[in-house]
Design a protein around this ligand. Structure first.
Ligand code: CP
Ligand code: NVA
Length: 301
């Protein structure tokens, strides 16, 4: 089954094809109104289930709009409102949904939930974020980098902050798209050890960012982190804020990305978010195009 579960689980050539398709699909819309369908409608007659066990703005709206542009229909489901939230197993939910819909996107907590859904579904399953990874986001990020600066291969990408789920997908992408990834953050918030052979760790943020082509950060407290950890995390991460002083270490033409939602003046200053290095709005837009290409790829096989 052509699921899209993680970047390291998808062939390099398929990943490249998805990025190229996303670019072509974006170009072909050529400024038409948001709800206007694409010229070709590969999802015509298809129904897509979008399951959310966590909040979302970008993922929810970009998948929903993307499916409609491709001629399909969506059903947005909250995990808590489904029998899933009342004891029905993931496997049984997957078997049932496969009888009604052509594709499932799920945002959930445990990676095991996503994997169980994929194992028992007869239709493609797409990872819309788990506690562990966020592959759709990083496909949009690679697309955005290349749109502005050309091939990402061989470039220096620096992540400053928490070694979280979004970082993990960046680490998977570093191997697949062949760029250098440096992590800078406090040791207690290091990425999981399995990722260490894909990355370089540099504790000093000023040193880490030297010569960077792309600087990235994310929220200091993720949806799966307990709110009680907020103050401790803020103290640990304060020195890793992306601000003008840090950004000055990067190449003059370096880009800044953040998957959003952002907490202005915590992990990044407004000066950087709204400044000339920032491509965050293109990055958010490209969620739409990248995911359309991912869905197209999944359904074409
Ligand atoms: N970046 C991202 O996935 O945003 P949402 O949580 O709003 O979907
Ligand atoms: N790391 C963040 C990403 C949100 C899109 C979270 O998991 O909450």
């Amino acid at each position: 089954m052509p699921h899209f579960l993680d970047i390291h689980k998808t062939d390099k050539s398929d990943l490249r094809q998805i990025i190229d398709t996303a670019r072509a699909m974006k170009d072909s819309r050529n400024g038409r109104p948001k709800a206007a369908p694409d010229d070709d409608r590969p999802l015509a007659g298809h129904m897509v289930a979008l399951i959310f066990e966590k909040p979302s703005t970008r993922t929810r709206v970009s998948f929903d709009v993307g499916v409609r542009q491709m001629g399909g229909e969506t059903m947005v489901l909250s995990g808590a409102d489904m029998q899933l939230g009342h004891g029905e197993t993931i496997a049984d939910t997957a078997r049932v949904l496969s009888r009604y819909v052509d594709l499932i996107m799920i945002r959930t907590f445990e990676e095991a939930t996503l994997l169980e859904m994929a194992e028992h579904a007869d239709v493609p399953v797409i990872n819309g974020l788990t506690n562990r990874t966020h592959p759709c986001q990083i496909m949009a990020d690679v697309m955005t980098y290349e749109e502005h600066r050309g091939p990402i291969a061989g470039k220096k990408v620096v992540w400053s902050g928490d070694g979280n789920n979004v970082f993990a997908s960046f680490a998977h992408a570093a191997t697949q798209f062949e760029f250098d990834l440096v992590f800078t953050g406090p040791e207690p918030l290091d990425p999981e050890p399995a990722l260490h052979d894909r990355i370089t760790i540099e504790r000093d943020p000023m040193k880490a960012v030297e010569g960077a082509d792309l600087v990235v950060t994310d929220t200091w407290v993720s949806m799966h982190d307990p709110q009680s950890a907020k103050e401790r995390r803020h103290n640990q991460l304060r020195g890793y804020q992306v601000n003008a002083r840090l950004m000055a270490q990067a190449r003059p033409d370096a880009l800044f990305m953040h998957c959003l939602p952002a907490h202005r003046e915590d992990e990044v200053t407004s000066e950087i978010m709204d400044g000339p290095h920032s491509v965050i709005w293109d990055e958010a837009e490209n969620r739409l195009h990248a995911q359309k290409a991912i869905m197209r790829h999944a359904l074409a096989r």
